[in-house]
Design a protein around this ligand. Structure first.
Ligand SMILES: *Cc1c(COP(=O)(O)O)cnc(C)c1O
Length: 386
């Protein structure tokens, strides 16, 4: 029952992503875990790093989980392991966080921006095929695809893999937002030639700093990535056999992640429950996020799409007044951003769906700790705005 809609404190305290409630819940375990690292003193590649990698691999049902410094490095390591460089085209959605395309430019290859699907916000397979044709026409070698599991829902990997097979491309799934989700019975991490994730604090499974991981079932790729992560070292650590990077995850962050992984399945259930309640309350008013058949989402974000022409700024203002923080992911698709305008798009010009999404979407508070009162206040404010 909704008794105290005007109860100010609970709503005032509402966080867009409630990391504070989570910390309160596990603080004593985290303190012990950090102390354990301080006691053994192995700050770099300590036992917790290897323990976490074992647990992550088991969680996703994948052969190799290799932790690294952040989700961007995870993507970069994947491209380096595949020897991607100048002349190669890598296909990425435009409606994503910059890191997905940034890493392609890092290695000197060309990102080709692909349009999105209106309902799932994920990469449009038809636009992907168009992009591959354009890249070839421009004299580039199509090399690989980085689909993004935007807001936590896996991309349509069946459709994408069929295209990858046809054109002989690898697939590296950017699961920075979707760790914990599944696609047709396979966990994120166990999809594509490689998959990556991020443990940035606000991601579904976050640490207390930067962190990331890359996953693969391919033994050879795994051993190359492990070498690249430590400056390209060979069997003899003073004979580097390739150009690598310093891409390691800190032992302290690994220790924190081990504690957080214990409560992660419960948090995923809570996120799903929040998404279900939002869905029921909003389905008739706005476009609610659709899950394609056979997928689950990690609900990194709960993102609605407003009717064309709706006053998004006013809605966000109303919600703010009611104590509800909201965000827009993403205000500007990558192909329109200053640093990325120079690259190709699937159409050779505009990407109409993702350009529309950028002005229509808004994300509501989401975490494993959103309470019923907070949801009611949010729904009420959105209904009043309509
Ligand atoms: C957060 C994010 C990344 C980068 O992760 P970091 O750990 O911040 O480097 C990459 N891709 C997507 C889609 C992301 O959301």
């Amino acid at each position: 029952m909704i008794q105290t809609l005007k109860e100010p404190r609970i709503v005032e305290k509402m966080q867009f992503i409630d990391l504070q409630s989570q910390q309160e819940r596990i603080r004593s375990l985290i303190d012990v875990a950090i102390k354990r690292v301080l006691d053994h003193g192995i700050y770099i590649m300590g036992p917790e790093v290897y323990e976490l990698e074992t647990q992550l691999a088991r969680f996703c049902g994948v052969k190799h989980a290799i932790t690294c410094a952040n989700g961007t490095d995870a993507l970069g390591l994947g491209l380096m392991a595949k020897n991607i460089g100048p002349g190669d085209a890598v296909f990425v959605p435009s409606f994503t966080f910059a890191a997905t395309a940034e890493v392609v430019a890092w290695v000197g290859a060309t990102p080709v921006f692909i349009d999105s699907l209106q309902d799932t916000y994920n990469m449009d397979p038809q636009s992907l095929e168009q992009g591959i044709k354009i890249a070839k026409k421009e004299g580039l070698t199509p090399a690989g695809i980085i689909p993004v599991d935007l807001f936590g829902q896996p991309a349509d990997y069946e459709a994408i893999q069929a295209i990858a097979d046809e054109y002989n491309l690898w697939v590296m799934a950017d699961g920075a937002q979707s760790f914990g989700a599944a696609y047709k019975g396979r966990m994120v991490g166990n999809i594509g030639d490689m998959a990556t994730t991020s443990f940035f604090p606000a991601k579904p499974l976050g640490c207390y700093g930067d962190g990331g991981a890359i996953f693969t079932n391919d033994d050879e790729l795994a051993s190359i990535i492990k070498s690249l992560r430590v400056h390209g070292q060979g069997v003899d650590k003073y004979d580097n056999v390739r150009i690598g990077m310093n891409g390691r995850l800190d032992t302290i962050q690994a220790a924190i992640l081990i504690e957080k992984l214990k409560i992660f399945p419960e948090e995923l259930t809570a996120r799903q429950k929040t998404a279900d309640t939002y869905n029921v309350g909003l389905r008739d008013i706005v476009h609610v996020p659709e899950l394609i058949e056979g997928t689950t989402s990690a609900w990194a974000q709960y993102t609605i799409r407003l009717p064309v022409g709706a006053d998004r700024a006013k809605l966000m203002g109303n919600l703010k007044e009611a104590g509800i923080p909201t965000m827009v992911y993403y205000v500007k698709p990558l192909h329109l951003q200053t640093a990325y305008r120079q690259y190709l798009t699937a159409t050779g010009g505009s990407l109409p769906i993702c350009e529309g999404l950028a002005s229509e979407v808004v994300s509501l508070p989401m975490s494993g700790y959103v309470n019923d009162l907070q949801i009611s206040v949010t729904l009420k404010a959105i209904k009043e705005w309509i």
